[in-house]
Design a protein around this ligand. Structure first.
Ligand SMILES: CC(C)=CCC[C@@H](C)[C@H]1CC[C@H]2C3=C(CC[C@]12C)[C@@]1(C)CC[C@H](O)C[C@@H]1CC3
Length: 379
């Protein structure tokens, strides 16, 4: 694929936009309360900017140019996606924006945390190591990895609202001395080379317009001998881009998850190599022999629920929960209590959920392709 150009960064513009759309809602207690406190003009601008890339662009008519247009605006597309989706994620999932494996009898939050611990474990993260979290969301995984490993973590994020939320939670949990959050585009990191002992990315680098580009940035900021661990979202070897049904699944995942260009496993492996990493681990964890599949919560398979305390969260992910959210936020929009575009965003997430489940069931997609790579000592 041809090398892509990077978007111009403008932190003042983004901070001003954040004020207009989110105001002080980052201080609200839960995702739902925050969702009701947005500025209407900001929300409208985010909806227009995000959906212009997807509306009336079906999988069957897809051209390399449509995909290229999204890649060219990867940073704006992703930033606005999270301007719109963050509160719904927190409301319907929690503060760790990723999937996980499930063991028998394992409560939801425990399984999510175990997935984070596992990455820290295979990377051998230790007390006081200087670690970068690329695409840190609202900091759920970073807080857990600080507690698990004792490392000092910097979260990098392109979305001001998520940084505000992450900072708020870190303060609340008394973790600010071990955790900080920095605004920036991961394709053009401002950190000097050889800064970090370790870098991890949990279901975030899929937002990059080029995997080789983002892995090369990570390689640059890692110290020689440093380790990079990633759970990557990828289409599997079974995915055939000439198959319209496969394409529809990939596009459904992209539109509902703010992804400009999702790649296949072979592309990610080649990108790690091209960036300069010595690959120590590569494994699709979705292929492990687990009792329940990673997608069961969004497939609404409540029979797999192991703790009744999970019911309030899990119920929001089911088709019925999504239907309720659709109608409820629709009514709030009509009453002027929720900003316009809230329902459209919720519907787009529902499309994502169905596409993710189809991709998982048909083994065309994995959200947990684990790669661990090392920067050579002589690099
Ligand atoms: C986008 C990337 C790279 C990672 C995020 C993975 C997941 C945390 C999200 C993927 C689809 C999301 C949906 C929801 C929460 C967060 C995800 C599971 C909802 C359950 C939120 C509540 C809505 O009413 C339904 C959503 C379905 C999709």
């Amino acid at each position: 694929m041809a090398p892509h150009s990077l978007e111009h960064e403008d932190h003042n513009r983004d901070a001003a936009f954040n004020k207009v759309m989110h105001g002080t809602s980052a201080q609200k207690r839960g995702g739902f309360a925050a969702m009701l406190s947005k500025g209407a003009d900001g929300q409208k601008a985010a909806v227009d900017e995000y959906f212009k890339h997807w509306d009336n662009k079906d999988a069957k008519d897809e051209t390399p140019e449509t995909r290229e247009a999204r890649r060219a605006e990867y940073a704006t597309l992703t930033r606005h996606y999270y301007n719109l989706a963050t509160d719904l994620y927190e409301y319907g999932w929690g503060q760790s924006f990723h999937f996980c494996r499930f063991a028998f009898g394992e409560p939801f939050k425990q399984a999510v945390a175990r997935h984070e611990h596992y990455l820290a474990h295979v990377m051998n993260l230790k007390d006081n190591m200087k670690v970068l979290d690329v695409g840190c969301g609202v900091g759920g995984p970073a807080r857990e990895i600080v507690k698990f490993s004792g490392a000092n973590v910097t979260g990098l994020n392109n979305n001001d609202y998520q940084i505000e939320r992450a900072t708020h939670y870190a303060q609340k949990e008394g973790l600010s001395h071990k955790l900080d959050f920095v605004k920036g585009d991961f394709m053009q990191m401002a950190f000097p080379e050889n800064t970090f002992d370790a870098v991890y990315a949990i279901e975030a680098t899929v937002h990059a317009p080029s995997l080789e580009g983002i892995y090369s940035q990570i390689f640059r900021v890692l110290k020689p001998g440093g380790v990079f661990g990633v759970y990557e979202w990828l289409m599997t070897d079974a995915y055939d881009n000439d198959n319209p049904h496969h394409r529809e699944i990939r596009l459904g995942i992209e539109v509902g998850d703010g992804i400009s260009n999702m790649e296949k496993i072979e592309v990610a492996l080649a990108a790690m190599k091209a960036a300069g990493f010595e690959l120590e681990i590569n494994e699709d964890l979705a292929e492990r022999d687990d009792p329940y599949p990673w997608y069961w919560p969004i497939a609404g398979q409540l029979k797999y629920m192991s703790s009744i305390w999970d019911l309030p969260t899990l119920a929001r992910m089911t088709k019925a929960g999504r239907w309720t959210a659709h109608n409820f936020v629709g009514a709030l929009e009509k009453l002027g209590l929720a900003p316009r575009g809230t329902q459209k965003t919720a519907d787009s997430l529902a499309v994502a959920a169905d596409a993710l489940v189809a991709g998982g069931r048909e083994k065309l997609f994995t959200p947990m392709y684990l790669m661990v790579g090392r920067k050579p000592m002589n690099a």
